[in-house]
Ligand binder design. Structure first.
Ligand code: BJW
Ligand code: ZN
Length: 242
């Protein structure tokens, strides 16, 4: 089918869906200039996310991990939501019965755009958690001290991010499950589909009978199971679905 026909079909399905759940990944923010994890621009000083985004890496070398986050905070602070983020806000506004946006992104751009029915399942780069007393605070300081510490107990702060090997928050998992079990349309935008549990969401949605639509620049491990696969940039395609 030609791309225009696929877009038309996807728009028709979205207009008639009553319960919409959406999953986004780094590809949607790539159009705002935020580097993806697994693209050619995903490396920082030759480290992969898998080398830095673990509790073991932080324990071994918190300075290095904080340098990475400081670099990313400085970069993300200069970025704005793009037409794809904004189209999802409009989709939420027009939602029939239920709407839930699940993002793996930690950049906060969905919230900046105005999305409200949202789970940031991997955390948020603008929050920190104390490794001592556990308090979670918003922190937009740029740059942070090399090793930032808690004002209350002076222990080391860590990014409020879910690292490899760590469990997602119970409340987020519950919300995602609810949004997946009840959806009749599941839209997946700009994720490589390799990091679990999010990588399994499309198949959960299929199992409950939802129509699954994927938007990505390339095919992913989930492309074979989705009903409609749209290839292209999120910022171009998502607004066309409204
Ligand atoms: C565009 C575009 C444009 C570009 N338009 N598209 C089951 C099986 C196997 C392993 C596991 C499993 N369950 C758990 C695991 C272990 C692990 C895991 O999944 N490992 C895999 C690598 C195999 N998962 C976990 O540890 C998770 N915890 C958990 O499940 O706890 C229970 C448990 C623990 C241990 C064992 C078993 C159970 C936690 C995962 C947390 C991941 N966090 C990260 C790092 C955060 C760091 C940070 O941001 O600071 O989150 S990993 C990194 O990848 C980041 C992202 O959110 C995540 C997903 O990446 P995403 O968004 O897909 O980005 P890319 O770069 O990969 O892809 C971009 C895509 O966009 C590409 O497809 C492009 O084509 C596309 N694109 N431009 C449209 N303009
Ligand atoms: Zn503390």
């Amino acid at each position: 089918m030609a791309t225009d026909d696929l877009i038309h079909l996807a728009r028709t399905h979205l207009a008639s869906a009553r319960n919409v759940t959406i999953l986004t990944g780094a590809g949607i923010s790539a159009d705002s200039g935020v580097p993806t994890f697994r693209g050619v621009d995903g490396l920082w000083r030759n480290f992969r996310a898998e080398d830095l985004a673990t509790p073991e890496a932080f324990e071994r070398d918190p300075r290095l991990v904080w340098e990475w986050y400081n670099w990313r905070r400085e970069l993300i602070a200069t970025k704005q939501p793009n037409p794809a983020h904004i189209a999802l806000v409009e989709l939420e506004r027009r939602a029939h019965d239920t709407f839930w946006l699940i993002t793996q992104n930690v950049d906060g751009l969905h919230r900046t755009a105005g999305s409200q029915r949202l789970s940031e399942i991997h955390g948020n780069i603008w929050k920190v958690r104390c490794t001592g007393c556990g308090v979670i605070t918003e922190n937009r300081e740029i740059p942070l001290p090399v090793l930032p510490t808690c004002r209350l107990c002076q222990a080391l702060l860590r990014p409020y991010i879910v690292w490899f090997g760590e469990s997602l928050r119970e409340e987020d998992l519950r919300r995602c499950d609810q949004a997946l079990q009840g959806c009749d349309l599941f839209l997946v935008i700009g994720t490589s589909g390799v990091v679990y549990p999010a990588a399994g969401f499309a198949s959960v949605a299929k199992d409950v009978g939802a129509l699954v639509i994927e938007i990505n620049l390339e095919s992913t491990p989930q492309s074979d199971l989705v009903d409609l696969s749209l290839q292209g940039r999120a910022k171009d395609l998502v607004p066309l679905l409204l």
